[in-house]
Ligand binder design. Structure first.
Ligand code: CAA
Length: 291
C-alpha cells in the first residue's frame, strides 16, 4: 500500500516531532490537537527545530519551507480520518487513546492504517476495540524524534503482514531504523529503560546518592548522554510512572514496583521539564537539583 498522507493526533512533544520528520520525508501531514494553543506551539517549535537543522546544514532552506508547507493543523479530529496512516500520539492514558479511536472510527477511509505511539499499552487491546485490528499496530518513536534513530514497530495479535510492511516502508523513508517488538508490556526500549530510571529514583530515595551524583555517575561511568534523572525529567515523570504501572500490572512482578518518590513527584505536579520542575528546577538560567 502506498502512503502519501499521515494524520498525527496530539501535538505534544512526540506529536510535533512526528509531524516534523514526516513532513521532511515528503508526506502530507494533518496534525490534530483539541487545543489551538498546542497546535500553535507545535508549529512554532517545528519551525524553530527545522531552522536549527538549516543552520547546521542538515537540511536546506528550501527543504525546510517545503516541509512546513506540507503540515496542516486542525482541531477537528474527523479531518485526520481521510489520511492513509494515522499515528495517535496523545497522553499515555488508555481511556484517552480509546476515546480518540472511538471518535475516529465512523469517519475513517477504508484503507486507513491506525497506529499508536504508545510507549507501553497493549496494542492488541487497543486494536480489539476498533473495526480494523488487522490494520492496527504500534508505531513508537523516541524523544527527540528528529534526532533518535529508532522506531519500535509492534504487531498486535491480529496485525496483518501488509500493515507491518507498509509501516516498515514508512520508517525506511524517514531514514530511521525499525526494531520489531512483540506486544508485551512496554515492548523493548521501555521494558529495559524504565526499570533503570525507576532504580535511579530508588537510589535517590534511599539516599545512596543525590541527584547530581546519580546523574554524573551514569554519564561519566556508563557513557549515557543524559543521567537517568535528567532523562526522566526529559521524558516526563507522569509518563515514567504510567509505564512503570503498566509493567507492574502487566507482568505482576514486584521488581517493577514504582518508587514511592516517583509517585510523590507526580502527585506534586513536578513532572519534569514540561512543568519546569522535576528532579531539577528549570525556572532559572541553569537547572538546579531539587534533592
Ligand atoms: N529537533 C531537531 N534537532 C534536535 C532536537 C530537536 N528537537 N534536539 C536536539 N537536536 C539536535 C541538535 O541540533 C544537535 O544537532 P547536531 O548534532 O547537528 O549539532 C543534536 O541534536 C545534539 O543536540 P545538542 O547539541 O543540543 O545537545 P546534546 O548533544 O546534549 O544532545 C540529546 C541532546 C540528543 C537529547 C542527547 O542528550 C540524548 O541523546 N539524550 C538521550 C535521549 C534519549 O534517551 N531518548 C529516548 C528517551 S526514551 C523514549 O523516548 C521512549 C519513551 O517512550 C519514553
Amino acid at each position: 500500500m502506498t502512503v502519501n498522507s499521515i494524520g498525527v493526533v496530539g501535538a505534544g512533544q512526540m506529536g510535533n516531532g512526528i509531524a516534523h520528520v514526516m513532513a521532511l520525508a515528503g508526506y502530507d501531514v494533518v496534525l490534530n490537537d483539541i487545543s489551538k494553543d498546542a497546535l500553535d506551539r507545535a508549529t512554532d517549535l517545528i519551525g524553530r527545530n527545522m531552522d536549527r537543522q538549516v543552520s547546521r546544514e542538515k537540511i536546506t532552506q528550501d527543504e525546510r519551507d517545503q516541509a512546513m508547507g506540507r503540515i496542516v493543523t486542525t482541531q477537528d479530529l474527523p479531518h485526520v480520518a481521510g489520511t492513509d496512516l494515522i499515528i495517535e500520539a496523545a497522553t499515555e492514558q488508555e481511556t484517552i487513546k480509546q476515546k480518540i479511536f472511538d471518535s475516529l472510527l465512523p469517519h475513517l477511509a477504508e484503507h486507513t492504517i491506525l497506529t499508536s505511539n504508545t510507549s507501553s499499552i497493549s496494542i492488541t487491546r487497543l486494536a480489539s476495540r476498533t473495526d480494523r485490528p488487522e490494520k492496527f499496530m504500534g508505531f513508537h518513536f523516541m524523544n527527540p524524534v528528529p534526532v533518535m534513530q529508532l522506531v519500535e514497530l509492534i504487531r498486535g495479535i491480529a496485525t496483518d503482514k501488509q500493515t507491518y510492511e507498509t509501516c516498515l516502508g514508512v520508517v525506511e523513508k524517514l531514514g530511521k531504523t525499525a526494531a520489531s517488538a512483540e506486544d508485551f508490556p512496554a515492548f523493548i526500549v521501555n521494558r529495559i529503560l524504565m526499570p533503570m530510571i525507576n532504580e535511579a529514583v530508588y537510589t535517590l530515595y534511599e539516599g545512596v546518592g543525590n541527584v547530581n551524583s546519580i546523574d554524573q555517575s551514569m554519564k561519566l561511568g556508563a557513557n549515557h548522554p543524559m543521567g537517568p534523572l535528567e532523562l526522566a525529567d526529559f521524558i516526563g515523570l507522569d509518563t515514567c510512572l504510567a509505564i512503570m504501572n503498566v509493567l507492574h500490572d502487566g507482568l505482576a512482578d514486584t521488581k517493577y514496583r514504582p518508587c514511592p518518590l516517583l509517585t510523590k513527584y507526580v502527585e506534586a505536579g513536578w513532572l519534569g521539564r514540561k512543568t519546569q520542575r522535576g528532579f531539577y528546577d528549570y525556572r532559572g538560567d541553569v537547572p538546579v537539583p531539587t534533592r
